[in-house]
Design a protein around this ligand. Structure first.
Ligand code: A3P
Length: 318
């Protein structure tokens, strides 16, 4: 998806030269930085993020692996927190992609500016990241900010990523077959992965600390409204009796539903997150279990065994 860029030689390039690298299934290299795999572009944002970000106790941070429900959660968190500021009929979500409303540290805020001014943002500040728990800046770990994590079944996450790569390719970029991509995934080589380390990092944190809420995509699909309430309480914005009477929980769930967001003009036509990522590619099927249409039973068995081995004893299952 992201094309190999010839970077100017600087401290980042010197660091990249020392890191193990592997081709990712979208073509370009991923670098093994601090025990996880990521693109050179991400490393350039992650380092200043780790160095300079100062968390506030009131901050809300969404953490995910790509293709796990990030866009959905950005929309839900933004809508819950800002519901008194914007009536739902005038929600910025109706005209703005969720990624513009809740921005990524590594791809956006710190990739454009080494020290962005984040102090003037309205409170609570809401941010997003794909960075694993162990690589978050100390100021986040030490603060009382709240972290919402959403994980997804790895088979569906892999297939979702696979389609995302197909849709957002540079012309002529070298890509891998589905089998080769799956092989890399099973070896832990994926953006911000291995998968198991990423989910276990946040899972462990959610057991140790009340400031981390661990959600699963599949649970939200099954019952979104009870999760909207749970999220609101966790973030310190519970629904009042009056709001419950007005069915605000249902209205927010509907506003942020796959069908609604996918069909909004802003998400259908033209918009792009970075030059190659079309907004429309963020909304594909939004289903649980689509992997079965693409992966053989033996591939699924293989990944399920890996998951049993890696997650075994943690209490976490997908
Ligand atoms: P599929 O490719 O399986 O359809 P992310 O936002 O982390 O990139 O995740 C993208 C996945 O979430 C895609 O999955 C996408 O269709 C799905 N998705 C996007 N918006 C959604 C929503 N509002 N509700 C449910 N799923 C959504």
């Amino acid at each position: 998806m992201s094309k190999e860029v010839t970077e100017p030689r600087d401290e980042f390039q010197e660091l990249l030269d020392t890191l193990p690298k592997q081709r990712h299934f979208d073509g370009p290299y991923r670098y093994h930085y601090k025990d996880f795999w990521c693109s050179s572009y991400a490393v350039r944002g992650i380092i200043p993020f780790q160095r300079h970000f100062e968390a506030h106790d009131s901050d809300i941070l969404l953490a995910t692996l790509p293709k796990s429900g990030t866009t959905w959660l950005k929309a839900l968190i933004f809508s819950i927190v800002n519901r008194t500021k914007f009536p739902l009929s005038q929600s910025p979500l109706l005209t703005t992609n969720p990624h513009e409303l809740v921005r990524f540290f590594e791809f956006d805020l710190y990739s454009k500016d080494e020290k962005p001014n984040l102090e003037d943002l309205p409170c609570p500040r809401i941010f997003a990241t794909h960075v694993p728990y162990n690589a978050l800046p100390q100021s986040i770990v030490n603060s009382r900010c709240r972290i919402v994590y959403i994980g997804r079944n790895p088979l569906d996450q892999f297939i979702s990523y696979w389609h995302f790569v197909l849709k957002n390719q540079y012309e002529n970029s070298e890509t891998f077959s589905l089998d080769e991509g799956f092989e890399l995934f099973c070896r832990g080589i994926q953006n911000f992965g291995p998968f198991w380390d990423h989910v276990l990092g946040y899972w462990g944190a959610s057991i140790e600390s009340q400031k981390v809420l661990f959600l699963k995509y599949e649970d939200l699909k099954e019952d979104v409204t009870s999760h909207v309430r749970k999220l609101a309480e966790f973030m310190g914005f519970p629904f009042s009796v009056e709001e419950e009477k007005q069915e605000l929980v249902k209205q927010i769930s509907n506003l942020c539903s796959f069908e609604n967001l996918k069909n909004l003009e802003v998400n259908r036509v033209g918009g792009r997150l970075v030059p190659v990522v079309q907004y429309s590619s963020l909304f594909r099927k939004g289903q649980v279990g689509d992997w079965a249409n693409h992966l053989s039973p033996s591939m699924a068995d293989r990944l399920e065994k890996i998951m049993e081995e890696k997650l075994g004893g943690s209490g976490l299952t997908f």
